[in-house]
Design a protein around this ligand. Structure first.
Ligand code: FES
Length: 201
C-alpha cells in the first residue's frame, strides 16, 4: 500500500476502501490510443491525397488553362477597330491572333487565321478569309469589288454570296460583336471545306 507522505505528496497511487489501488492515468489509455489512431489516419490521408490531388490538377492544368485562354465567351478581340474601317464598306483583311495551349505548353499571340471585316452602318460583318471550296485564301479585288479565290476561281460578292458555282457555299460569316463602342470581337472558327453545310472543324 502506498501512503502519501510528506516526501511524496503527489503520489499517483490512490487507495480506496472498496477498490484498492487505482492508477488515475489508466483511464486515459483508451483515449490516448484513439487520439493516436486519429492522428495516424489523418497523417496517412494527407500523405496519400496530397500527391494524388497534385497529380489530378497537373493533368487537368492544360484543360483549365485552355478555358481561360479562350476567354469566358470564346470571342477574340481583333487588331483593328470600328473607327479604323472604311465607312464605305470596303473589306479590310485582318489577321487573327490568339494564345494557344499545346499539351502543357502555352504559346502567346499566335496567328490562327484571317478574316475580312466590313463596316455597314454602325454594324460590322466578319467573313472567314478561307475559301469554302478547298481551303485556299480568298483575296479582295478592288477593281471588281468582290472576293476571288485564285486556286480554282471561286468568286463571291461583298456580302459573301457565291458569284459562280465553283464553291459549295457562301463565304463563312463569323459571329462578331462591337464592344466598348469601337472594339471588334469575333468568335473565330474554321469550317469544313467542300461541303454545302457550314460545319465547324
Ligand atoms: S480553294 Fe478556292 S476556289 Fe478552290
Amino acid at each position: 500500500m502506498n501512503e502519501p507522505t510528506s516526501e511524496n505528496p503527489t503520489s499517483a497511487k490512490v487507495e480506496t476502501e472498496t477498490q484498492g489501488t487505482v492508477d488515475p492515468l489508466a483511464n486515459d489509455e483508451p483515449r490516448r490510443f484513439f487520439m493516436k489512431a486519429v492522428i495516424a489516419i489523418g497523417a496517412g490521408a494527407v500523405a496519400v491525397l496530397t500527391p494524388l490531388i497534385a497529380g489530378v490538377l497537373f493533368f487537368l492544368d492544360p484543360l483549365l488553362r485552355r478555358g481561360k485562354d479562350g476567354g469566358d465567351d470564346e470571342f477574340i478581340k481583333l487588331e483593328t477597330t470600328v473607327d479604323a474601317l472604311p465607312a464605305d464598306g470596303t473589306p479590310q483583311r485582318v489577321t487573327v491572333f490568339a494564345d494557344r495551349v499545346d499539351a502543357w505548353n502555352k504559346f502567346l499571340h499566335q496567328q490562327i487565321g484571317s478574316v475580312y471585316v466590313r463596316k455597314i452602318g454602325d454594324q460590322v460583318i466578319v467573313f472567314n478569309a478561307t475559301c469554302p471550296h478547298l481551303g485556299c485564301g480568298v483575296d479582295y479585288r478592288p477593281t471588281t469589288q468582290d472576293f476571288f479565290c485564285p486556286c480554282h476561281t471561286s468568286a463571291f460578292d461583298l456580302d459573301g454570296q457565291k458569284k459562280n458555282d465553283i464553291p459549295p457555299r457562301a463565304m463563312d460569316v463569323l459571329e462578331a460583336e462591337i464592344r466598348n463602342k469601337t472594339e471588334i470581337w469575333v468568335h473565330y472558327q474554321d469550317f469544313r471545306a467542300a461541303t454545302e453545310e457550314k460545319i465547324p472543324v
